[in-house]
Ligand binder design. Sequence first.
Ligand SMILES: Nc1nc2c(ncn2[C@@H]2O[C@H](COP(=O)(O)OP(=O)(O)OP(=O)(O)O)[C@@H](O)[C@H]2O)c(=O)[nH]1
Ligand SMILES: [Mg+2]
Length: 294
Amino acid sequence: MGKPNAGKSTLLNALLGQKLSIVTSKPQTTRKRIVGILSEEDYQIIFLDTPGILTPGYLLQEKMMDYVDQSIRDADVFVMIMDVNSDSDLNWLLTNEGLQKSFYPRDKKKILAVNKSDATDPQKAEKIIAAIQEKKLFDEIVSVSAMYKKGTDKILEFIVNNLPEHPKYYPDDIVAEENERFFVSEIIREKIFELYQEEIPYSCEVLIEEFKEIEGRKDLIRAEIVVERESQKGIMIGKQGSAMKKLGQLSREGIEEFLERPVFLELRVKVREKWRTNERFLKAFGYSNDEQDL
Ligand SMILES: Nc1nc2c(ncn2[C@@H]2O[C@H](COP(=O)(O)OP(=O)(O)OP(=O)(O)O)[C@@H](O)[C@H]2O)c(=O)[nH]1
Ligand SMILES: [Mg+2]
């Protein structure tokens, strides 16, 4: 758990040793709960990557926070992550407005990962850690770089030491809960976050309309990019389709890397007025409105 952009998804991928959750430089990349499963001989960890904690401004963000709430309820061990260079992350941790109110799992084991240590001087990290230590909020605090996998072994050790005893929940060869369709839509969303600016990435959802395996040929994937307004459709497509072409190319490369096989990718853009605030659309797009469904 952590604020948007702290490095949660980067850390999940680092701990899993595989890129499962999408990562971009923009906040609010992760919108749902991403499950990653790490199986070793004598333990199994089910990681829950969650959206960054924020005060919801519209229905989609409320749904995002439902995934956080549900994950807090489900998890046995907590890894909080903060960006060492973010003053707002630090303030949020140290003051009552955020962590210590609703999001603090009082009776569960928790470690704080002070992330992005590669991008700051060690003294600054030490000062921050000392300030947080005084509050006695965590069982352990570690300085890490999720990006360069520095210090992440200490997080793994903490989790393993605090796991409840239980038979494995999943067979050893299962790494994810979601299917290929879901990850393909996420990869396209990742490229949208990378390529487009301002409100565009936040106004987009990606739906996989068709995913067909054809004997002796490449898989055919048809995806629909949903935007909120007609004007956004124009921006998505770009001059003579140039932006879409770029998006299609980057997405296909990302999908092929993930699936480890070549694919045909077809993209089209559709307008669904104000889908982010529409319960019916959000439900159709897989955002659960019932916590039991998560
Ligand atoms: N320098 C540096 N950058 C990092 C590190 N970890 C993550 N980042 C970068 O921080 C940005 C956000 O990373 P994410 O993993 O998407 O963060 P997140 O917490 O999952 O963000 P949301 O899903 O939006 O809540 C990306 O640009 C990452 O490359 C790190 O250890 N060092
Ligand atoms: Mg994320």
